[in-house]
Design a protein around this ligand. Structure first.
Ligand code: FES
Length: 169
């Protein structure tokens, strides 16, 4: 009797585990598909035709990321076009090997300290080893007139930050 009870319990476990696995995988897929937006503050904080570094803790980070979860983007406000705010938001990572680039307003250039990559103010590649311009982030202005960006993963040539962005360009 005891043996048959144990056998039944074991059989129930064998049947239940794939079901639990399926449900857990579905929950993980749902989480993965959710988009995290990072609030960068009121639109008024971005002067027209100036580039500002905005730092934040990336919600895509893991607890073990430590200080590396602190990241940033460069925001350039282009003013309004047909009453709509227009921004360019660049990932901080150089498109060569990912070093953080620095903005130099005096020259109007982004420069990479690692191997001398240079980009124009609009993010286009100017010189050096980077194979393309800076990666652009998805952005939106919310109902409270605040700029939000889609939380950026580490961009690569194969996986940029915007669906409409060419792999090279
Ligand atoms: S990482 Fe920027 S030029 Fe190499």
């Amino acid at each position: 009797m005891l043996l048959s009870g144990l056998a039944s319990a074991a059989a129930a476990t064998v049947v239940a585990i794939p079901g639990i696995g399926y449900l857990a995988a579905a929950a993980c897929r749902k989480l993965k598909d959710q988009v995290d937006w990072v609030n960068l503050g009121p639109v008024d904080e971005f002067p027209e035709n100036e580039t500002r570094l905005k730092t934040f803790v990336n919600p895509l980070g893991q607890p073990w990321d430590g200080i590396t979860a602190n990241t940033g983007v460069y925001v350039r406000y282009l003013g309004r076009q047909s009453f709509e705010h227009q921004f360019q938001v660049f990932a901080i990572n150089c498109t060569h090997l990912g070093c953080p680039v620095e903005w130099f307003p005096q020259s109007g250039l982004f420069m990479c300290p690692c191997h001398g990559g240079v980009y124009y103010a609009n993010g286009d590649h100017a010189s050096g080893p980077p194979p393309r311009g800076l990666y652009h982030c998805e952005w939106r202005v919310n109902s409270a007139n605040q700029l939000e960006i889609q939380a950026p993963h580490l961009p690569t040539l194969q996986r940029t930050l915007r669906a409409d962005q060419p792999v090279r360009g």
